[in-house]
Design a protein around this ligand. Sequence first.
Ligand code: SER
Length: 885
Amino acid sequence: MKTAEIKRRWLEFFESKGHTVVPSASVISNDPSILFNIAGMVQFIPYLSGDVPAPYPRATSVQKCVRTADIEEVGKTTRHGTFFQMNGNFSFGDYFKREAIQFAWELLSTPEDKGGLGFDPERLWVTVHREDEASIELWLEETDIPRERIQSRGNEDNFWHTGQPGPGGYCSEIYFDRGPDYGVEGGPEADEDRYIEIWNLVFMEFELSEVRSKTDFDIKGELPAKNIDTGMGLERVAFLKQGVENMYEVDEVFPVIKAAADMAGISYGDDEEDDVRLRVVADHVRSALVIIGDGVRPGNEGRGYILRRLLRRSIRAMRLLGVKDEVLPSLLPVSRDAMKESYPELEKDFKRISQVAYAEERAFLRTLESGTQLLENSVAEISRGGTLSGDVAFALHDTHGFPIDLTMEMAEEAGVKVDREGFEALMKEQRTRAKADAKAKKGGLQTDLSAFAALREGGPSEFVGYDALVADSTVRGLVADGASVPVARAGETVDAVLDLTPFYAESGGQTSDIGIFVGDGFKARVHDVQNPVAGLAAHRIEILEGELEAGASLSAQVDSEHRYQAQQAHSATHMIHAALREVLGETATQAGSLNQPGYLRFDYSYPEAMTAQMRAEVEEAANLAVRNNFEVGYEYMSYEDAKKSGATALFGEKYPEIVRVVDIGGLWSRELCGGTHVKSTAEIGPISLYSESSVGSGTRRVEASVGLDAIRSLSKERAIVQALSDLLKVPGPEVFDRVGGLLGRIKEAEKTIAQLERDKVLAGAGEAAQDAQTVGDVRFVGVNLGEAGGGDVRTFAQDVKQRLGDTASVVAAFGAAGGRPTVVVAVSPAAQELGFKAGDLVKTATGVLGGGGGGKPDLAQGGGQDASKIDEAIAAVRRELQERG
Ligand code: SER
């Protein structure tokens, strides 16, 4: 009997008994204290507790349920499925124990050809609660079951509650005996593998006030009405009816086992360990299909985390079976086909469901690759039975997004334990640090980071961008002006934190990615990405259209051209660093860098400027590495191992225990780096080192253009040479000599011009002597020679004095080469005898010009500030001569 048929018979039977058929609720529970619906009764809790009057006295349903508390048991036992369906019949203050027992017996024992489930009544067993003697009587009255197949048990087995305060009650369970091949005689008390529980009748009559555990709870009192809540495990009945060994082999699950075995090239049933893995795969793939179908997306918290864990566990199980490629594109459609008769919506919505699942698988495979390497390296150093340190577990979680359960499972497979306490302590430390960080930054000039710190508590925002540039993701939170906001609308700019992101946040010198977010009815531009607290990427987005809510799904799309060029520059920076060390020696260590599309800047410690020769060598070494098309590889290792392997790190930087080492051409360039890089160096294209300068003592800076930008800047320079060549009418290579020659000639010409100027000035001396005026007792020449320099002014003054012969004469000549005034005063012997001294007169002049000077009585020279005052200075000298005459 197919599963869908059992379901059909169930609903039909209870409908015929006056029950309203209620469709399954979503697997997502409405009750905030429960993540998923774990039983058929959850959607009816308000009616069972009496909080809301029931719209019908009797109801029946087949509910989709998810329980993951026993996830480790999946595949190992016959009956632990993370997804299962529960058939239920419910009475809200209507019938009670008697009818519930009677209905159950009738449906189970009615032969298949009469529309029942056709269980052999001889093989049915029943349990009741020890304190519920009355039920034993009812079983004996209403059915053919003999007293010896009724067993009494305690709270552990025969009291049912949800685990939360609310309705609860004694229950009576029905078991099917699979026969002596499956275990010992003695009923369910003796062996629950041989005797399989198929149906639980809960007699809900109590209200629980506190529930501490399955057996430890407080009863507050009786419910307003006595209710019935029953649950039959559909998969359990199916496996018994289909004559298979366990719930994973039923018609709705087994096809995935078959497909997975085919992929792995093995046969189901050959090896118990492999079989367990195949069952895990089939169970988890089906659960994920249904959970995504009901709208959950993979994430780091709550339901999203459970979904992520199911998907990751199934992918891991396939890897352990030797399948390393993507598996979901092959398995998910098989699960859909097996389930579509019961859930046609899974087929209709498959495109969306599969996109979510496949994106998660791709992201996980990338994570697995890097994390597995680290885990394997670490485990290799530990002997069997040893313990993996909390540090490594933390690094796996923090850097690689490995959930702790995954680390524990993988470690366990290698026979190694995990220091869970150490891990938890580091997690706690990180939370405290993030909070302290946020607190320290509060109130200062920095933004308040507490909203980001709170989001960080949900784990790191996983970076999937080493390979992927597009990823489906979920908005974990939106932050505007330091506060969480539920929604952002068109025109607003906010910071968005995603569960996982392909966007690189600015760090290690590499500029952040830019790009877009698109989703249902909205679009946003990503302008910048930063890590406001470690491990959390905040995308600064501007909403272009529609609105974006926290919790929404979106497609995060990195501008691939921008990223490509940024990583060209980043890899080129590593190469310039290696080249500098090659040419200048090991002491040329990195002091800082910036990589953005088309451009790199690299600061390094070095006491002096590079010669042109060195610059050319560095550029050549870097470009040679491009030409050699070195592979760019990366590896995760401990910081100590990285240092030992010769990797360079930034001095004074704090590195985590586990670091990423990027190497180019093997040992040629090995650096600690979390950035993104080209796959091989030929992708970079040319690196053009165009500048070398000083940035403070002992630190130098080189700048280079990279890739197409290098070509563009080189081509600009070529155009300049071409223009010069045209202008000078010589071939390009001769431009330098030609310009050198021209410069020489210009210099010569300038010299000649200066001489001519001088000659011209001096030629004016005769005329000036003739124009001498009598001022007081002397002949006076006061003249402004314009641009003439000090030497010429002096020659001129002496020349004029000479020409005036034996007369008592005073010559005051001024010039202003370069705008700075000079004055030379020459006094003839006769004038000196009259008491005039050149030095005094110069002082008179420089007093006006705003300067000073001095000399001998016959010749003195001075300077000043203000050339515009030369005429005034001449007048002052003249006045002095007049007054003293
Ligand atoms: N609530 C009970 C169970 O889950 C019966 O439906 O077993």
